[in-house]
Design a protein around this ligand. Sequence first.
Ligand SMILES: *Cc1c(COP(=O)(O)O)cnc(C)c1O
Length: 395
Amino acid sequence: MSFQNPVFIPGPTNMPEALRKAVDMPTLDHRSALFGEILVPARDGVRAVLQSRAAEVFLFPASGTGGWEAAITNTLSPGDRVLTARNGMFSQRWIDMCQRHGLTVEIVEVDWGEGIPADRFEEILTADSGHAIKAVLATHNETATGVRSDIAAVRRAMDVAGHPALLFVDGVSSIGSMEFRMDDWGVDIAVTGSQKGFMLPAGLAILGVSARAMAAIDTARLPRTYFDLRDMAAGHAANGYPYTPPVGLLNGLKESTRMLLDEGLEAVFARHHRIAEGVRAAVRAWGLPLCAAREALYSDTVSAIRTPDGFDAGRIVAHAAEAYGVAFGGGLGQVAGKVFRIGHLGSLTETMALSGIATVEMAMADLGLNIRLGSGVAAAQAVYRKPGAAADAVA
Ligand SMILES: *Cc1c(COP(=O)(O)O)cnc(C)c1O
């Protein structure tokens, strides 16, 4: 690996210099008023990025996985039913966690490459007239397959069924990069981490919690201590923590949310879409299919690309790392060896994306795949170039 090259894994993402500096702080007394000047804007910034007016924001020292655990242990009781779809490795891991916590998970099996079937959810929730299902779990962006599901459609399905279950959304690889509307979609708990859209090192589990989910805390009986939202709420109310917080990361989050909001969320989403469109143009030029089954499911943060039958996709990742010092993502679970992944989220420009496309093209050609050098780069250039602007400059 070379530290000069950007990474193209779907998290952790590339860190802007300003955020690396923000994270690098001298020791500060987290019980002093100074800490509030970091925590308050960090929490307000996250709430704005979630497009929520009133969500309670909690920042745990953990990774995104800890956020899943905080969501379920604070709101559910042993034996409670939850409804979810399994369409990739991340939805699978959340299911596994629920089962290990003694929850009864109703799983809708979906082909890896498909999204959450809101129509099936509607049928199941309508049939659940006794409201035994306490929560619906949705992975917004399945990072293993490059599939974005329609959370607004999941919310509509719940509303049409008139079902009162809570809606928990894993937005670890979408929040801060793709449209996410916590309030408009009626999300009760949104979960993410610091190392993807927020462009920071791993180490923070970030949660937005609705008033309805907060109200479920007192009756929920799953054991929790470190992740108890009541302790954290008491800490945050006094601009502090029930234990020692990672001050540098929180300072990074304060700066990161400011960067995202200064760029403008719509502009951030548009940038990710444009970069993703270039990557997808390259993939088409290579003649390789995406794992995502349809255009409506295409993720703007990660593309999982299928390689020809009999070819181990992991070889591309290994060769790109070894020969060119560039990191791409491998396949996970059911699609291990069948796909490789290009992460295109976080701090990324079109020029950086072109370097990744050019590199993976070399790696594939080196390994004997039928890839014409420059084909993907040219296709992405056609998406990225701005001839009008150049003409203006000359004139
Ligand atoms: C990365 C990721 C996670 C796991 O986050 P960690 O920070 O590694 O615990 C969960 N869900 C999705 C969709 C992810 O992309």
